[in-house]
Design a protein around this ligand. Structure first.
Ligand code: BGC
Length: 718
């Protein structure tokens, strides 16, 4: 914390009325229908921030300029028209790109490449800042093991460690590497959301309760938030859900004791949209005053959109239900972030040109690294440039759906469909489109080619908030298309554009090759063509298990060992199956993804196989080295993964937990050494007494291509 800033905050606080303080804790939409009221509130110091501060310009420069003027005119009311001149902060859901759209967050997780993800968010922040946005409501870092939940597409997948790395990458991308740099144009405040266990909603039903123990909350759902806090995230959004009878919005334990006191988060907490007022619906607040007092006393600093703070907190302070120190502490946190953003010196929206060509190139790279090659029998991929194919399915020319949910400022003209991509990468390829959904094949497939490409997908309306689905199997029409494709007697390549894991068992055997292409934003089509024609060697890995059928959900790799089967039900060699009517194994496991080349792992070793607890506590780390050789004919990126099992512990521990990954490019015939480091952070867990520490004893370390990695060694903390 910067003492100069804290002094300035003290000075301001000493001049502020209770109403002005509450104003700083109030966020509202920039609704043009209420413009008069909003401007008046700004002049009275009754608004601290805006939600969705800008419009949607789709590349229209003049409209963007008018928007900047509008944003600045609102800011002027606060800065020049109010008694204390405190600037407002403009926030927006800038989730996976702004004008340039990057892959959906879940797809970005599949890159297993935090540096690339950081780059995407750095560029996103620059575009957003040009529209006057100072704060993004991202990253969404809810661990989720239920693909039915529509919002799993916005998140980081099923794994706490991967989530922790991705959370930190997004925060650094938005905010820059240091809090001191936050004031530079093009850096904006990030918001880690939705804290916490929103992804554990029962049955994948949005907003529903989560029944999660403190042990699981800390060991599974907390790590991404810990990663964000360590990376200096300036804001955190509390989640809508309750956890075992306690709404997060009013949980002092979660918001103050755990997040602020224990993790040391010194930015501010904003509620989710209207969630403070909704404490009444959750049945723990009788009226607005109750709701406001509960939330503020719990440590929820800013009320998003419900106006419950502004309408009720004065009374609550007067009646002693909320202490003025509590109010001051919340205001301090909001002002701190405003100072850090440099808003007191320069609150104005300004334009700094971006390099669209460069941004598109990064988007193409990110999309290419997101897509996962699930299957490639007989090595039918990559295709030869110029080859013809027959096409089925309705996602070939699709652009809008490739944008994915939570994009509002995209430039549609810059979005490349699969058709655009193929024309660019393999201009001589002729595509023979054929009707796909009739019960009989009624079109003549292209003569002289022996490939059918089936391009299918899910629409954006089936993904995101309040968009859960009950069935993860493809629709009957889609399954029919695939069955019809098979009837041609040619090789069938599936290109599947889904934001979430789908249950592919009923159709998987009908494909010779499958590319899981997600919704990858502006460069979906080009990135896909790069992979189809071999300009890019696929390196994406699944950040979430693909189930065989919906009934297996939740299915995730890092579950604890049970009394029987001892080892794992997810594993390939499980002795006991969980279901009489279905395999225990997933369709495709976590961390999985093929390449056009082959990699051989060898010489796995620990440079030192034991360390004392004192050494570990003072920062010593195990170094786990492995050699990876590209044994194929083309260069490619390999994502080596390191999993750990705590063999004997005071609590049951997962049979395997990802604790390191490294993506490296290796030329054909070349061998590289990869070193993972395992120290206190990687070997610790939260015990029953909430202490985060390692326990002495043996750990098995597995290294390989995915969570089925079986090459292992032992290390020991003495
Ligand atoms: C969502 C948040 C989002 C907020 C503001 C809520 O409904 O849950 O993720 O940031 O709206 O748009």
């Amino acid at each position: 914390m910067n003492t100069e800033t804290e002094k300035k905050i003290d000075e301001l606080l000493s001049k502020m009325t209770v109403r002005e303080k509450i104003g700083q804790l109030t966020q509202y939409s920039t609704n043009p229908r209420e413009e008069g009221r909003i401007r008046e509130m700004l002049r009275k110091g009754e608004l601290g921030g805006f939600l969705c501060g800008t419009g949607c310009f789709n590349g229209d420069e003049e409209a963007a300029e008018r928007n900047r003027e509008y944003v600045n005119s609102l800011q002027r009311e606060a800065v020049e028209g109010s008694r204390l001149g405190i600037p407002v902060i403009f926030g927006k859901d800038v989730i996976h790109g702004h004008n340039t759209v990057y892959p959906l967050p879940l797809a970005l997780s599949a890159t297993f490449n935090p540096e690339l993800v950081e780059e995407c968010y750095d560029l996103t922040a620059k575009e957003a800042a040009n529209d006057g946005i100072m704060w993004s409501f991202a990253p969404m870092i809810d661990v989720s093991r239920d693909p039915r939940w529509g919002r799993c597409v916005e998140g980081i997948g099923e794994d706490p460690y991967l989530g922790e790395q991705m959370a930190a990458a997004v925060v650094r991308g938005f905010q820059g590497p240091t809090v001191e740099g936050l004031r530079e144009h093009g850096n904006i405040a990030a918001c880690a959301k939705h804290y916490i266990c929103y992804g554990a909603a029962e049955g994948g039903r949005d907003y529903h309760k989560a029944e999660v123990s403190d042990y699981t909350l800390r060991n599974t759902y907390l790590p991404p938030f810990r990663g964000a806090v360590k990376a200096g995230v300036r804001t955190v959004m509390s989640s809508f859900n309750e956890i075992s009878g306690q709404p997060v919005t009013s949980s002092r334990y979660l918001l103050t004791e755990l997040l602020k006191d224990e993790l040391g988060f010194d930015g501010f907490v904003v509620s989710d949209d209207r969630a403070v007022g909704q404490l009444q619906r959750q049945g723990v607040a009788a009226n607005g005053e109750d709701a406001a007092s509960l939330a503020l006393n719990a440590g929820l600093d800013m009320d998003m959109d419900s106006m419950v703070y502004l309408d009720n907190l004065e009374k609550a302070v007067e009646r002693g239900r909320v202490k003025e120190e509590t109010l001051n502490e919340a205001v301090r946190r909001v002002l701190r972030v405003k100072f850090e953003l440099g808003l007191f010196e320069n609150p104005w929206a300004t334009y700094v040109p971006t390099d669209r060509e460069h941004d598109s190139a990064v988007a193409r790279r990110a999309a290419g690294e997101s897509m996962v090659l699930l299957k490639n029998e007989g090595g039918i991929l990559p295709l030869k440039k110029g080859c013809d194919f027959t096409l089925m399915g309705d996602f070939y020319t699709e652009k809008l759906e490739q944008i994915g949910v939570w994009s509002s400022d995209f430039e549609l003209d810059r979005v490349k469909s699969m058709e655009d991509g193929i024309k660019e990468v393999s201009p001589n390829t002729r595509v023979w489109r054929t009707d796909s959904t009739h019960s009989t094949v009624n079109a003549n497939p292209a003569k002289g080619n022996d490939i059918v490409v089936v391009a299918l997908g899910e629409g954006n309306l089936l993904e995101g908030e309040a968009s859960s689905i009950a069935s993860l199997e493809l629709t009957e029409d889609q399954a029919l298309t695939i069955r019809n494709a098979r009837k041609f007697g040619k090789k069938v390549i599936g290109v599947l554009f889904y934001g979430r894991p789908m249950a592919l068992e009923p159709v998987e055997h009908l494909f010779d090759a499958i590319i899981y292409a997600w919704h990858c934003g502006s460069e979906t089509g080009t990135a896909l063509a790069d992979i189809l024609f071999g300009d890019v060697n696929p390196s994406g890995r699944l950040p979430m298990t693909l189930p065989r059928v919906t009934g297996q959900v939740p299915i995730y790799y890092n579950l604890p060992s049970t009394c029987r089967p001892v080892d794992e039900y997810y594993g390939k060699e499980a002795l006991l199956e969980n279901y009489r009517d279905e395999f225990g194994t997933p369709m495709y496991p976590f961390g999985y993804g093929l390449s056009y080349t082959t990699f051989e792992y060898s010489f796995l070793r620990a440079k030192k196989s034991s360390l004392t607890m004192d050494e570990i506590n003072s920062g010593a780390k195990f170094e786990i080295a492995v050699k990876v050789k590209n044994t194929g004919k083309v260069g490619g990126k390999e994502c080596a993964q390191c999993y750990v099992r705590d063999v004997l512990a005071s609590m049951t521990r997962p049979v395997k937990e990802l604790k390191g990954f490294s993506k490296v490019y290796i030329e054909p015939g070349e061998e590289k050494e990869i070193v993972f480091t395992l120290g206190k952070d990687e070997l610790s867990f939260y015990h029953a007494d909430r202490v985060f520490a390692p326990e002495s004893g043996k750990f098995t370390v597995y290294v390989g291509r995915d969570c089925y990695a079986s090459d292992s060694i032992e290390i020991e903390i003495l």
